[in-house]
Design a protein around this ligand. Sequence first.
Ligand code: FES
Ligand SMILES: [Fe+2]
Length: 324
Amino acid sequence: MAELSFWHPVLLDKQLGDKPEPIRVLDQDLVLFRGEQGIGCLPDRCPHRGERLSLGLVRGGDIACPYHGWTWSPQGKGRCPGDSTFSPTIAHFEVATAHGAIWIREPGGRGQLPSFEVSGFRPLTVFRTRLPGSLERVLDNFSESEHTPEVHLMGFDPRKMDQVQVTVRTDEHSVHVVNRGPQRRAMRLLRLGVGVPPKADYVIEWTTRFQPVHAQFDHYWLPPGGDQPYDKRVRAWVYFVPVSEKQTDLFSFVFVNEGPAWERLGDALHARYARWDIEQDRPLLEGLAPELDDQQSTFGWKSRFDEAIDANRERLNLLYRGTT
Ligand code: FES
Ligand SMILES: [Fe+2]
């Protein structure tokens, strides 16, 4: 499958213990296990009589099928304890760990593991969110910020949305969006926790790329009408990983700029807020028309905030799905 030739995050590193863990990616059931020689990722079906390998145990470096005890190495080499005369094999995935997540791709796949540009930033949190909807439906939601004042607590002032400037720049491989406008008055606790100024222009700037599908988001603030940003900056990479045609996993890698030491006191609150913030999209994604899972992005009417949606979908089809 074309998509899985790119590195995808599939589980947080801390979520894989001694027991095998079933995962689902692009409608495929796979199993991850932590063996002595590293992490393995195999189809979650034993090729003998089709038992789920994820019900088995890790033995040494291999995973053992719970039914007849055949064992499988991370490279997909099998051993049958009851018959040493043959050596079965199954497909396997390459596995790597980076930035607190476990990543997989097909052997000999394309592209590199990401190296995030974070000099001057400290890691805030890494988390996974499983959202309802296809990759298309979920990515659309992260391609426009017109919904943010209705759905989220921080962001633009809902009464001043017509003042928000929207700039979209595209090239063959990426879609870059900048939205700038008056920030809403955030709750006091959030202002302290996240450290944003009470009255400011809020800017959200993001670039989406498609091999695999991911976006880099920068949030920062400026004095109203001014051009010198405040120091506070939040930078996040979000990877959109299709679980099935109806579910998409988001892996968020969130960083904040290094500020005075006391700011770290707010980190735990800020990290919780980041998770909670994405949760606010869930009921809206659930409520969307099923047609949006497929080729359709709107019901005919588009606002000036929607330009990136179609630009993203076009590149997603071409660069990720390998279709037009
Ligand atoms: S089904 Fe797995 S060893 Fe028989
Ligand atoms: Fe949202």
